[in-house]
Design a protein around this ligand. Structure first.
Ligand SMILES: *Cc1c(COP(=O)(O)O)cnc(C)c1O
Length: 355
């Protein structure tokens, strides 16, 4: 039998969230409860006429839209097939055998997969009260640490740490350690704190900020993410990206979605409204819910047994939440905020389970 190289043979595939049986409603993948901007759909329709040609390898229109919205320098923006592609490229570029990537306790499962691909070690620092602890991250840095990854707002906690804490961590880290700030849910926290402060940190040459169209823009299926990079890193990262990584349709959709600020703001506002009502009701049932700045909440049940019972009862009702056992939180389920009528059904089942 033909054999893959040893480190690939030793790897396990990234465990995508189980979407349940056909016909089930998935609240497992943090997809948007609401459809993307109609302008994005119209842009895709128009782009259909251009599919005989390869897409723009420089994402020119998309980068211009992002730069105009966030007041950034287009040349320092790179786009990926989801921000997942950018996370992978960053880890491959800065960590290899013998190097360590340091993440936060609950973090994002794909970071461990990217480390296995790059043959780098993955280490984690404990969180405190379900929040990223920059003190614990700082303490866990060793001479082998090449990359520090943190997600803010966090996943699966949904919690937010201040920009000042991220700045303090950057101050502490050696200059030759790359800091990745994953803001896949950043649009849900932009009202709480100024994103420009974090984008400005890239000016130090060793910090990258990542965002995604998969959550607040309702474009998970289009596979578009982007990042703001120090200028000296962009050439290195581009070596590791697929040369035509984002389809013409997806580029057109993402650019149009980025320009339709009002639509994105409405998705965020409606999602937050549903989320805060749902979280309050779940707390009323005796479930612990950390304050969320994302489009999901973490439901921490009083026991592992109750969490399992809730998972079974929800699945019987056709509702699939994300089990958190692989994140070391077997007493928890993560619930993406879905349409209002779906959240009502989830609460009904939870009320029965907690009764
Ligand atoms: C959803 C998510 C992403 C973004 O994934 P895409 O590849 O852009 O769809 C990145 N990081 C975290 C923590 C996420 O939850």
């Amino acid at each position: 039998m033909i054999a893959s190289v040893p480190h690939v043979r030793a790897m396990t595939r990234y465990p995508l969230a189980d979407a349940g049986a056909p016909g089930n409603v998935s609240l497992a993948r943090n997809e948007s409860a609401f459809p993307p901007s109609p302008r994005a759909l119209a842009a895709a329709q128009a782009a259909l006429a251009r599919t005989a040609s390869y897409p723009d390898p420089d994402w020119t229109e998309l980068r211009a839209a992002i730069a105009a919205t966030h007041r950034l320098e287009p040349a320092n923006i790179l786009c990926g097939a989801g921000s997942t592609e950018l996370i992978g490229a960053l880890i491959h570029a800065f960590a290899g055998p013998g190097d360590t990537v340091l993440g936060s306790q609950f973090g994002y499962g794909f970071v461990a997969t990217a480390c296995a691909q790059a043959q780098a070690d993955y280490a984690t620092a404990g969180e405190v009260m379900m929040c990223v602890s920059v003190a614990n991250l700082a303490h866990a840095v060793t001479p082998r640490t090449r990359v520090v990854y943190l997600c803010n707002p966090g996943n699966p906690s949904g919690t937010l740490i201040t920009n000042a804490k991220i700045g303090a961590l950057r101050q502490y880290l050696p200059d030759d350690v790359l800091l990745i700030v994953d803001q896949a849910y950043g649009e849900f926290a932009d009202a709480a704190q100024d994103a420009a402060q974090v984008f400005a940190m890239t000016g130090r040459g060793n910090t990258v900020v990542l965002r995604s169209f998969s959550k607040a823009y309702g474009l998970a299926g289009a596979r578009v993410g982007w990042g703001y990079f120090p200028p000296e890193l962009t050439a290195e990262i581009r070596k590791l990206l697929n040369p035509s990584n984002i389809s013409a349709l997806s580029q057109a959709m993402a650019a149009a979605a980025m320009r339709d600020r009002a639509h994105m703001a409405a998705i965020v506002a409606r999602t937050e409204n549903l989320r805060d009502g749902f979280a309050a009701d779940a707390r009323g049932l005796g479930i612990e819910v950390p304050p969320s700045f994302a489009n999901f909440v973490l439901l921490r049940f009083p026991s592992v047994d109750l969490a399992r019972h809730a998972d079974r009862a929800l699945r019987q009702a056709g509702l699939v939440l994300r089990g958190m056992g692989d994140y070391g939180l077997p007493e928890a389920l993560r619930a993406t905020i879905a349409a209002p009528e779906v959240m009502v059904r989830v609460l009904e089942v939870l009320a029965e389970v907690m009764a």
